[in-house]
Design a protein around this ligand. Structure first.
Ligand code: HEM
Length: 403
């Protein structure tokens, strides 16, 4: 928590925030909120939004005051999944579940066990893209979406699951997590997805007890966690491990299409791919906001907060905070290396960040440029962005060959 030296102020109110505008493009709203202060009460969302880099980092540094175990209308993730996964627990309970998969997700293991699988999948879907051809290809539909889905089926070890089922489950859980207005249809789709995943786990749990392997589900099953915790965390990973890598494939190609000079630099020096990946996660963070709740009255970035205050940690805004990043709105792979918050921070730092870095930043995107010289956004057809809590390109028409 930031210790206030002056008497803390009440949070300013932003009654002009329009979620529909934010769905189209949230960055103008983030800039206006930041001008009001690092912590702002937003009535239409019923929560305090934290938009400064320091404020978001302070929240993540103190889980005793800023709990991930949110309640009330913020508890949609637990409802969608039918149980509380590690992401909605604080330590020490959280740590027990997180430790179950940490060894599987270490970079050495991801490179040894999973990189060959990620590469095989990437090559398969690059052929799909090639078959669609440079006049009709959509990088999201034909490559990023099926690839991210197949990678997650494999990494989770959900044997026999189709790309389409994984996509349907993941989208249902994500929609449930965002279902702040209790749309019945969304809950119904969540119920179906939950029942199907639970039925699959009835088969997979005994299987992995007998045949442990390097998958995440095997790690959860053989860690001694109770069945409810295994099921909740497999479903958490289904909801969190597909869309974001998918969105980073398209975001990077979109960014490089608009910055020819940087595109040429990385194509001439492939050692720059990891830098390109991290700068893109900062610039267009696929997870924009996640919730926390105060366990007692406190002061955050000079702002008074009551006990039980619902908080939105807006990491997408923090990643464009001019106090933290010079020229924050510029995509710039030459900027000095410094940490961003795109994967969160603190104890809930994304468990899959190495899997994402390697599968997308080191494999999926470089292979696409290798296989399709001249790959770029197709100026003849329009791309589409959507969302702010989860944000990405829902369509990115691409072409290749000589310009
Ligand atoms: C570019 C891709 C990704 C981004 C930007 C991303 C972002 C994040 C963020 C911001 C959090 C923290 C949320 C919070 O504290 O409420 C998180 C947590 C998590 N992510 Fe990711 N993620 C990505 C890919 C993945 C992948 C590929 C997987 C798994 C295969 C994954 C699994 C998880 C899990 C299990 C957690 C919960 C960690 C915990 O509670 O300790 N993520 N992710």
């Amino acid at each position: 928590m930031s210790a206030a030296t002056e008497s803390p102020a009440d949070a300013p109110t932003a009654d002009w925030v329009d979620p529909a505008v934010m769905m189209r493009d949230p960055y103008g709203t983030y800039a206006r909120l930041r001008e009001l202060g690092p912590v702002v009460w937003v009535p239409v969302m019923g929560r305090y939004l934290v938009t400064s880099f320091e404020g978001c980092r302070d929240v993540e540094a103190d889980q005793e005051i800023y709990s991930a175990s949110v309640t009330g209308g913020s508890a949609t993730l637990a409802r969608a999944l039918g149980g509380r996964p590690m992401l909605r627990k604080d330590d020490p309970e959280h740590a027990v579940e997180r430790q179950a998969v940490n060894p599987t997700m270490r970079p050495k293991n991801v490179r040894q066990t999973w990189a060959p699988v990620f590469e095989r999948n990437a090559r398969k879907y690059l052929e799909v893209l090639r078959d669609v051809g440079p006049d009709e290809a959509d990088l999201n539909r034909d490559y990023a979406a099926p690839l991210a889905s197949q990678n997650l089926v494999d990494l989770l070890g959900l044997r026999g699951t189709s790309v389409a089922d994984m996509q349907r489950w993941s989208h249902a859980f994500i929609a449930g997590t965002g279902n702040l207005h209790d749309d019945e249809d969304i809950w119904r789709r969540c119920d179906v997805a939950r029942e199907e995943v639970d039925a699959l786990l009835e088969e997979l749990v005994p299987y992995y007890r007998q045949h442990p392997d390097g998958s995440m589900t095997s790690a959860f099953v053989n860690s001694g966690l109770p069945h409810e915790a295994v099921a909740a965390n497999v479903k958490l990973t289904i909801s969190g491990g597909m869309n974001e890598p998918q969105h980073m494939v398209t975001a990077i190609v979109w960014a490089l299409s608009r910055h020819q000079d940087q595109r040429e630099r990385v194509l001439a020096d492939p050692a720059l791919w990891p830098t390109v990946f991290d700068e893109a996660v900062r610039w267009v963070s696929p997870i924009g906001m996640y919730p926390r709740e105060t366990t007692r009255a406190t002061v955050l970035a000079g702002t008074q907060l009551p006990e039980g205050a619902p908080i939105g940690v807006v990491v997408a805004a923090a990643n464009r905070d001019p106090q933290a990043f010079p020229r924050p709105d510029a995509f710039d792979i030459a900027r000095p290396k410094q940490p961003h918050l795109g994967f969160g921070s603190g104890v809930h730092l994304c468990a899959g960040h190495w899997a994402a870095r390697i599968s997308i930043g080191e494999i999926a995107v470089p292979l696409a440029y290798q296989g399709f010289p001249g790959l770029r956004a197709d100026p003849r057809r329009e791309e589409q962005w959507d969302g702010w809590v989860f944000r990405g390109l829902t369509s990115l028409p691409v072409t290749w060959g000589p310009a």
